[in-house]
Every structure is written in structure tokens, then in C-alpha cells.
Design a binder for this molecule. Structure first.
Ligand code: HEM
Length: 412
């Protein structure tokens, strides 16, 4: 089969449970031009060099494949990601320098190590409470019971969203996460639902920001919404709303997948599960290897601002580029026995959190959540066994993770 159709196989939901053999075939051509003109980059070295190349832009999303209808209102409604989120409310993940760096500076000044460490106790209490709700049952549905409710509660806490509004945030996060998938962008109903969700969440945020300005509290949104001083200009309202929405979306589905993929992998490797249970100090190693072996984010899109020569190929100016992080993470040129889950391997330089300019700002928080959740699950679930292997997967190819993970237990 010619290489240029392989990425279509990656997008095919039937391959969701095990896309790694397709990635291995893609790696034979480190920069593979697809039929639609996109260039898929799949080796560790090529991805790494592009992540640090300023000629790669995050501003231009892949162009909509829909031809203009002649009705501007209809075009606008049917292309909400491109026309509304991308152009009007584009958050820092879709921005290039210098705007990106300014916005990232605002976020980093509030996303401090102290603030993240302060969440430690809250995360532990949430995890304990969620596991406790499974008492008396012989089956745990990990996504519904723990992986899903945990990150949204933590982000709400971080931002300063009142507890009673959390269920609403939960629903918004779900709808926005599915909207990020390439397939969803082509689906009309999904597009319309994204516009509505985005408007609802933006309205909510606008009101919450006003309230935080009137009555600042010790939370991230109050910090970001602070009025400007001579030394520190204020963040504009549009950027503030876009940032809050981004934190919700970027920090939710990803963390759900890390916890769920993590437990799935440990249940498939009972010796590693037993070692983590006996020695929770192993958690950081386990998490880093999970981010390499089963990353929550499989790829991200970019666009070239000029011709770029990489790995013996030239990507022309203006071409869409797909950085296939999950393939780079299993590159045998970079990792020995890449398909083996081995938390003891040295030098795990993975792309689980991306790299370069857009390296994940939430990485320390995600690590804390996953460590606390996985250690607690290993210690408290008695004799856990997978109900189905492979479990059912959600359709998303980029944010890839199980729909749910049934685990039979002998108690907690
Ligand atoms: C960026 C992964 C959790 C906020 C990224 C990127 C990846 C990633 C791969 C790079 C995107 C790119 O290069 O285009 C993950 C994973 C997580 C996680 C796997 C959990 C396991 C979080 C959390 C937050 C967060 C908890 C915040 C609450 C962000 C933001 C960016 C980002 C704001 C954009 C940074 C920029 O553009 O400079 N994340 N993330 N992430 N992440 Fe995360």
C-alpha cells in the first residue's frame, strides 16, 4: 500500500485499540506526504527538530475542506473552529510569537509550582472520595467512576469555579474535547454544537471574571483577571476567556486518558502493578513511561511558514504538518525495545507533553493527578482484573483513550 494513505488508517476508528503497527509503517518514511497534501512526521529526530523550528506555525489550522456556500452567515456557522475560535478567540495553543509568549507569560505567572503543590491534598481527597463511592461493588467503571470526574473538579478548583457549577463544566468539557478531533470538524452538527458550547462557556466566564474583579480570591482566574499596573499590563477580556476555556479543554480529556491508559497498562502488566503498589515512590517513573508508551495526545497539527528540509525531505511553505508524537515515542532509533512497557528505562525523553514553545503548561499538575490516582487505585482495589481487553475506545484519534474501563474487583 502506498504510504500516502496511511494516515487515513490512523484516523479510522477500527484501528483505535492498537494504532502502533500503523505508526511503525509510517516511520519507514519519516516525512510522509498524504493524499490531502498534509505531511505526517513520525520519527523521534524529525519531530524533535520541527518542534524547535520557528518556521512551523500553530496559527493556521488545517483548512476547512468545505467550499464557500456564497452565504457568509452559513459559512461562519459551519466553520466555527476556523472562523470563531481560531480567528476571534484564539487561545495561546493556536498562537505564534510574539503573542503566544505574552499570553503564556500571563498563564505561567499564575500556574506556579506553589499553586500546583497546594492542590496535592485536594487531589488526594477527591481520589479517596471517588474510590469510596465504589465500596460494595464488584465492578469499577474507571472512566465514569474516577478518571472523568477528577480532572474537571481539579481545574474548577484551580480556576476558582464555584463547586455548584462543576457539573455544567463537566458537560462543556466533554463537548469541546470531541470538537477538537479532525473528524468532528467535518461534521455539521458537531460544528454547530461547538459554537453553542463555546458561546455558553464564554458567557459564563465573562460573568465569573466580572465577579472575580469585584471580589478577588486566591485562585488562578482572580490572578489572571487582575487590573494592569505600570509593570504588568492587564490581560484583555477576550484573551482571558480564551485562556480559561483552553485550560479546561487542554487539562481535562488529556488527564482522563492518562489515568485510564495508565490503569489499563498496569492491569496488562500485573508485575508492574504489584511493584507500584508495594513502592509508591516508583510512581514518577511509571508516569513518565506511560507518557511515552500510551500518550494521551497522539498528534498535533502545524503549518509551515517557509520551505523546511527535514529527514531528507522538503516540506513546502504553507503545507499542513502532523507531528505524530505517539509514533516518535516508539521510535526504535531512539528507544531500545520501544514496544515494551519499562518504567526502569533510562532517559525517557518522550513527546507526551509536546515540546519546544508549546510544551504543556499543565504538565506538573497532570503528573500529580496521575500519580495520586494510580497509586491509590493500585493500593485500594483488591484483586483488580480487566473485564474486556481491549476495552471500547472513543472515536478520537488524537486525544485517544478508552470510552470506559471495566475492572472486576474483590472489594476496596
Ligand atoms: C499544551 C499534553 C494536561 C494545559 C499541551 C501539548 C501537549 C499537552 C502534547 C502541546 C500542544 C502542541 O504542541 O500543540 C497534555 C497531557 C496532559 C495535559 C498529556 C495530561 C496528562 C494539561 C493540564 C493543563 C494543560 C492539566 C492545564 C490545566 C495546556 C496548555 C497548553 C498545553 C495551556 C498550551 C501551551 C502553549 O501553547 O504554550 N499539552 N496536557 N495541559 N497544555 Fe497540556
Amino acid at each position: 500500500m502506498p504510504e500516502d494513505t496511511l494516515f487515513a488508517e490512523v484516523l479510522d476508528p477500527r484501528n483505535r485499540a492498537d494504532p502502533y503497527p500503523i505508526y511503525a509503517r509510517l516511520r519507514r518514511t519519516p516525512v510522509a506526504r498524504q493524499r490531502d497534501g498534509a505531511y505526517v512526521v513520525s520519527t523521534h529526530a524529525a519531530i524533535r527538530s520541527l518542534l524547535f523550528d520557528p518556521r512551523l506555525s500553530s496559527e493556521d489550522l488545517p483548512p476547512s475542506r468545505r467550499p464557500p456556500t456564497g452565504n457568509p452567515l452559513k459559512d461562519w456557522l459551519l466553520n466555527p473552529i476556523k472562523n470563531r475560535i481560531a480567528n476571534a478567540h484564539r487561545p495561546l495553543i493556536f498562537r505564534d510569537p510574539p503573542d503566544h509568549d505574552t499570553l503564556r507569560g500571563f498563564v505561567m505567572s499564575e500556574f506556579t509550582i506553589a499553586r500546583v503543590n497546594d492542590l496535592h491534598g485536594r487531589v488526594a481527597a477527591l481520589v479517596d472520595g471517588l474510590i469510596e463511592t465504589c465500596r460494595g461493588r464488584d465492578t469499577v467503571c474507571l472512566v465514569d467512576d474516577l478518571s472523568y470526574p477528577l480532572p474537571v473538579a481539579v481545574i474548577c478548583d484551580l480556576l476558582g469555579v464555584p463547586e455548584q457549577d462543576e457539573p455544567q463544566f463537566h458537560a462543556w468539557a466533554t463537548r469541546l474535547a470531541t470538537a477538537l478531533e479532525p473528524d468532528a470538524r467535518r461534521d455539521e452538527e458537531a460544528r454547530r454544537a461547538t459554537v453553542e458550547t463555546f458561546d455558553a462557556i464564554a458567557d459564563y466566564m465573562r460573568a465569573l471574571i466580572r465577579q472575580k474583579r469585584r471580589q478577588p480570591a486566591d485562585d488562578m482566574l482572580s490572578g489572571l483577571a487582575r487590573r494592569g499596573t505600570r509593570d504588568r499590563p492587564a490581560m484583555g477580556d477576550v484573551d482571558l476567556i480564551a485562556t480559561a476555556v483552553l485550560l479546561l479543554v487542554a487539562g481535562h480529556e488529556t488527564t482522563v486518558n492518562l489515568i485510564t491508559n495508565g490503569m489499563l497498562t498496569l492491569l496488562r502488566h500485573p508485575d508492574e502493578l504489584a511493584r507500584l503498589k508495594a513502592d509508591p515512590e516508583r510512581a514518577p517513573r511509571v508516569i513518565e513511561e506511560l507518557l511515552r508508551y500510551e500518550p494521551p495526545v497522539h498528534f498535533r497539527s502545524r503549518k509551515t511558514l517557509g520551505d523546511i528540509a527535514v529527514a531528507g525531505a522538503t516540506i513546502p511553505k504553507g503545507a499542513p504538518v502532523i507531528l505524530l508524537f505517539a509514533a516518535g515515542n516508539r521510535d526504535p532509533e531512539r528507544f531500545s525495545e520501544p514496544d515494551r512497557f519499562d518504567p526502569d528505562r533510562a532517559d525517557i525523553q518522550h513527546f507526551g507533553f509536546g515540546g519546544g514553545l508549546h510544551y504543556c503548561v499543565g504538565a506538573p499538575l497532570a503528573r500529580i493527578e496521575a500519580e495520586i490516582a494510580l497509586v491509590a487505585l493500585c493500593r485500594r482495589l483488591r484483586d483488580p482484573k480487566l473485564l474486556a481487553d481491549p476495552p471500547p475506545y472513543r472515536p478520537g484519534a488524537s486525544l485517544r483513550g478508552p470510552e470506559n474501563l471495566g475492572i472486576r474487583i474483590a472489594g476496596i
